[in-house]
Design a protein around this ligand. Structure first.
Ligand code: PEP
Length: 256
């Protein structure tokens, strides 16, 4: 399986800045066939960057979209509008869950809308620090995974990527602390066990599972070698060209 290195730029870089960054990134990295590089700029950047991106080197992702294709939904952008512009969409990021109050039902509709519009959803799941401290990690992961995938058929599951992002490890969380490879391995094992229960053993092994949370060039190698981890979702470090390219090169080295 390929490795996936996904940069989530969040609400950073305006159109000009994003374009300059993309230009530099494309100059710096070769075409790695076994490492899929994906960047997720703000919605306003997607159209201009879609004209600039060398799709043989990297792909675009949306950070979010609405689940209806069109209609009276003031302020929203649909997956239908993004079809053809992006290959991926991040769905259910913890910032969407906790700042914008998205629940598993809404996230499931977004996952389905992405697939319907030929966009691969990257479904983010992960427990908070307090859920972990109360021993609820197993239940939270199961609920978010089954909830988010509730509208995905066996035929479509191959289009989905899962990102395990413990909220307590995300760099913008107060007192964030990086996860250990053992902590990640345990939860990735739970994710695959749940996938096996719903979709069977073969599919459970084939769904890419990414890790995200304070990934840096210094820990990327260790995280990419955790059993069952197929890539990284990166926030802060994806905004720093040297760090992001360093992580991409680490993924290439780990693949060899
Ligand atoms: C994220 O928010 O998806 C994330 C992983 O951020 P960071 O890498 O900054 O922890």
């Amino acid at each position: 399986m390929k490795s996936y290195i996904v940069g989530n730029w969040k609400l950073n870089f305006n159109v000009g800045e994003a374009s300059i960054y993309l230009h530099k990134l494309q100059k710096k990295i070769p075409n790695y066939r076994d490492v899929e590089v994906v960047v997720a700029p703000t919605a306003l950047c997607l159209q201009p960057l879609s004209l600039q991106i060398e799709r043989s080197k990297m792909k675009l992702a949306a950070q979010n979209a609405f689940y209806r294709d069109f209609g009276a939904y003031t302020g929203e952008i649909s997956f239908a509008e993004l079809a053809g512009l992006v290959n991926y969409a991040i769905v259910g990021h913890s910032e969407r869950r906790y700042i914008f109050h998205e629940d598993d039902k809404m996230i499931a509709k977004k996952v389905a809308a992405a697939i319907r519009n030929k966009i691969r959803p990257i479904l983010c799941i992960g427990e908070t620090e307090s859920e972990r401290s109360f021993g609820e990690t197993r239940d939270v992961i199961r609920d978010q995974l089954l909830g988010g995938l509730s509208e995905v058929s066996e035929e479509d599951i191959s289009k989905v990527l899962i990102a395990y992002e413990p909220v307590w490890a995300i760099s913008s969380t107060k007192d964030a602390k990086p996860a250990t490879p053992d902590e990640i391995a345990e939860v990735v094992g739970l994710i695959r066990a749940n996938l096996k229960e719903i979709y069977g053993a073969k599919i459970a092994e084939e769904v890419p599972v990414l890790f995200g949370g304070s990934v840096k060039p210094t820990n990327a190698g260790a995280y990419l070698t955790v059993p069952g981890v197929n890539g990284l979702l990166i926030g802060g470090a994806s905004l720093i060209l040297e760090q992001f390219t360093d992580i991409i090169e680490t993924a290439k080295r780990v693949k060899q």
